[in-house]
Ligand binder design. Structure first.
Ligand SMILES: *Cc1c(COP(=O)(O)O)cnc(C)c1O
Length: 467
């Protein structure tokens, strides 16, 4: 087969099948699709790959063109199956929204809403108002506000209260979250000057006291979300910091990271700090995320003293990191559930996932087995086993929640190869590798068939997932 036998782009474009495509897609996009497919075929031929003659015929090329233009495969952001068992997987989008939040997003996206419009007065209102009211009710704080994410909340707080002055933080709390959020770097960008005290494992009240000078703007406490130091450790608790701040007239701020609105120990889980309990200890401000344990959209929440929040709201940076209307809609709906719902563990998917009964998880895994076995074919060993899920996103970092997984092993394919094949399925299935096993955690799976890979069509080349 030779290059000369490939049809020209102009001939493909003149074909009635292409004309039908041009009703729906713009011409440039269709032309580019033709060129790409012809280029791929030329490359394959010139590299000496064995190519079926039929694949070079006009009809085959047009079929490929149609599949490509219509195919969802081109989408960068697409649905995946989260079989990792990590409830708040940052790489997979963290919290899934409650249905009420989804409905609110759809409404705000498709209809005009009173985002910044006061219906009683018929004049301009504040977009954050409803959320602030709910946060005050749910946390007992005097005042509240919301921004884009918790990183922005910390940046805004530091910039407003401490720019050009010193912020005292324990060395044991100079954390990095997910590679891109590091307390020292956020601090530098805010204009505040980091003053580290104590050591990695032990910090005492005297360390803070000795560091306080007239340059001190703030005492900052950071919840070490994603790790725990155990052994010979000492930290200064929030009550002591609050007392010290009062004595010296210096504000105290806590970055809680996850920050739960309800006590997880009521579901038999270990306790994550509860925002209302932290607020009651009297710090000036507490910050936390909207899409971690709270289970809402990406957002950064700031609650605390009214005088501090007034100056924060007046900082132009607040405008630069404000939330869009879709976030506002989703967050308000989620917070409303916390305030109003009779069964938040049912209504909020994150809480639902961590409280799911083990028997139900096992049932999902068992029901997936027959179809999974036949989809995989010979050479694979598949069984249901005990394992542990994780909360993720820095919540309950050392805590393992009992779960059931489908463990998959193959005669000669390694676990990482199996994982790669599952990622090629439609939709891609993301599991985890432990020792020599590829594991599919059933905790976050509603429909057992989601665990059965679909390796339909169009996959080519050496990664084709058929054995
Ligand atoms: C996760 C986390 C952040 C960052 O929050 P985002 O909402 O992801 O921006 C900041 N501080 C702590 C302690 C965290 O755990």
């Amino acid at each position: 087969m030779t290059l000369r036998e490939l049809p020209a782009v102009s001939r493909l474009l003149a074909h009635p099948r292409t004309e039908r495509l041009l009703v729906r897609f713009n011409r440039e996009y269709v032309v580019q699709g033709c060129r790409d497919i012809l280029d791929e075929l030329r490359r394959a031929i010139s590299q000496g790959h064995a190519i079926d003659a039929a694949a070079l015929e006009e009809d085959a090329i047009l079929t490929r063109l149609e599949a490509r233009l219509h195919g969802a495969d081109a989408a960068g952001l697409r649905r995946v199956v989260n079989a990792t068992g990590t409830v708040l997987h940052t790489n997979l989008g963290r919290a899934l929204l409650p249905q009420a939040a989804v409905d609110a997003v759809v409404q705000a996206a498709t209809q005009p809403v009173n985002l910044e419009y006061d219906l009683a007065q018929g004049e301009r209102g504040r977009r954050e108002q409803a959320i602030e009211d709910l946060l005050m009710a749910l946390t007992g704080a005097e005042a509240a506000t919301v921004v884009n994410n918790n990183a922005a909340a910390v940046l805004l707080v530091l910039n407003t209260l401490a720019s050009g002055r010193e912020v005292i933080v324990s060395r044991g709390e100079l954390i990095e979250i997910g590679g891109a959020f590091r307390i020292p770097e956020i601090m530098a960008r805010s204009g505040a000057i980091l003053k580290e005290v104590g050591t990695t494992n032990r910090t005492h009240p005297g360390d803070y006291e000795n560091a306080i000078t007239e340059r001190t703007a703030l005492l900052l406490k950071v919840h070490t979300s994603n790790y725990r130091i155990v052994g010979f450790v000492a930290e200064v608790g929030l009550p002591d910091l609050v007392a010290m701040g009062r004595k010296h007239g210096i504000p105290v701020v806590e970055d809680l990271g996850s920050g739960a609105l309800v006590d997880l120990s009521r579901y038999g889980l270990p306790k994550e700090p509860v925002v209302a309990e932290r607020v009651a200890l009297g710090p000036d401000l507490v910050t936390f995320s909207g899409d971690k344990v709270l289970g809402g959209p990406q957002a950064g929440l700031i609650v605390g003293k009214a005088d501090r929040l007034r100056i924060i709201a007046a900082n132009p940076l607040h405008r630069a990191v404000r939330c869009d209307k879709l976030t506002i809609a989703a967050l308000e709906a989620t917070l409303r559930l916390y305030r109003e719902s009779a069964s938040i563990a049912q209504d909020i998917p994150v809480l639902n996932a961590i409280t799911r009964p083990l028997a139900e998880i096992e049932d999902t895994a068992q029901r997936a087995l027959p179809a999974l076995r036949s989809a995989l074919g010979p050479g694979f060993r598949v069984s249901v086993q005990d394992s542990t899920s994780q909360m993720g996103s820095g919540a309950l970092p050392t805590e393992e929640i009992p779960t059931k997984v489908i463990a998959i092993e193959h005669d000669f394919l390694g676990a990482h190869r199996i994982a790669a094949r599952f990622r090629q399925a439609r939709p891609p299935i993301i599991g985890r590798v432990k020792d020599d096993w590829f594991l599919l955690d059933a905790r976050l799976i509603a429909d057992p068939l989601d665990l059965v890979p679909n390796w339909a069509d169009e996959l080519e080349g050496p990664e084709a997932p058929r054995s």
